[in-house]
Design a protein around this ligand. Structure first.
Ligand code: TA6
Length: 303
């Protein structure tokens, strides 16, 4: 079945008149488009990836690169890539795809539900012979996203195998900012972090996180909310979380952005990644048959 037929079929099965529909997105890729009272949003079946959330009366919250590739098998540059079952490079296999394999694979659309003035979209990916080449585990991973006055994402991992598994996970969220040089991330003062731009040295955050160079910090033992202050767009973005003990703050800055084929040379100015995750020493151990659910909730207020 071609993509167009799939889209027609999916829309017939899951579409909700005037609230949510399955349409052809960029590159002809299928996506769910949400237009409910509280917000608009979109989520691609590629990677189970949220690529837009606009609460009613507000501007777009997420950043997506104008140079993103929109091709099956390639991660979308921007939105909320799902990193799983490892973060960054795979320790024991330099040839393995960075951030795991699920963000470049087609996920399954499982449901679209209207909940009051919000809409919840669930997509999932299940282990198969292809995934076992990279990671010999049985699993089902669900990305359940509610587009409403807040954006709530739940990443639910079920260990459907007969052996315990250990994995890393991240909601690698690209937040749009008006000017990265004026933005700051509050809420990590005093928290220990690994500085990936300085030989993975351990450091301690002094005050707010301001971005004035390539920044790639993995904050550890931190379960609480952070706020992105974006004076250029006059807004504050709050990211609260559950069942996550690490937060990553990343901006590639000038040289790294230039070196990325799927990012515009000047786009480093327009986003900061604040990633809700369990990585490094916070990798999750899950017994056979058990389930783990990491949650991120995002709200916007006037700055
Ligand atoms: O989360 C930050 C990071 O791990 C950086 O090191 C950088 O590699 C970024 O992710 C983007 O990775 P990607 O594989 O999407 O280019």
């Amino acid at each position: 079945m071609g993509t167009k037929e799939t889209i027609v079929e999916l829309n017939a099965e899951f579409g909700i008149a005037s609230v949510a529909r399955v349409v052809e997105g960029k590159g002809g890729l299928p996506k769910v488009e949400v237009t409910c009272t509280a917000a608009t949003g979109e989520m691609y079946l590629l990677g189970g990836e949220v690529t837009s959330w606009k609460p009613r009366g507000r501007e777009e919250t997420l950043f997506v690169s104008a140079a993103s590739k929109w091709e099956g098998g390639k991660a979308i540059r921007g939105g909320v890539p799902v990193c799983f079952p490892w973060f960054g490079n795979k320790a024991d296999d330099p040839k393995a795809p960075a951030h795991g394999f699920v963000r470049a694979k087609a996920w399954r659309l499982d449901s679209i539900e209207r909940k009051g003035d919000a809409v919840t979209v669930s997509m999932s990916i299940t282990s198969d012979e292809g995934t076992k080449k990279w990671w010999p585990a049985e699993f089902r991973l669900v990305q359940r996203t509610t587009f409403g006055a807040e954006l709530v994402m739940e990443l639910e991992m079920t260990n459907s195998g007969s052996a315990p598994q250990r994995f890393e996970e991240a909601l690698h969220t690209y937040f749009r900012v008006g000017d990265i040089t004026k933005a700051r991330v509050r809420g990590l003062d005093g928290i220990r972090y690994i500085d990936k731009t300085d030989g993975f040295r351990e450091k301690r955050q002094q005050g707010d996180v301001v971005i004035g160079k390539e920044t790639d910090n993995v904050y550890l033992d931190t379960a609480h909310a952070v706020e992105i202050e974006d004076p250029a767009m006059g807004r504050r973005i709050r990211v609260s979380k559950e069942n996550s003990l690490a937060t990553v703050v990343w901006n590639p800055w000038i040289e790294k952005a230039k070196a990325m084929s799927d990012m515009g040379d000047e786009e480093w100015r327009q986003f900061v990644c604040v990633e809700t995750c369990n990585v490094a020493k916070h990798a999750v151990g899950l017994e056979a048959g058990a389930q783990h659910r990491m949650r991120a909730a995002i709200t916007i207020s006037k700055f």
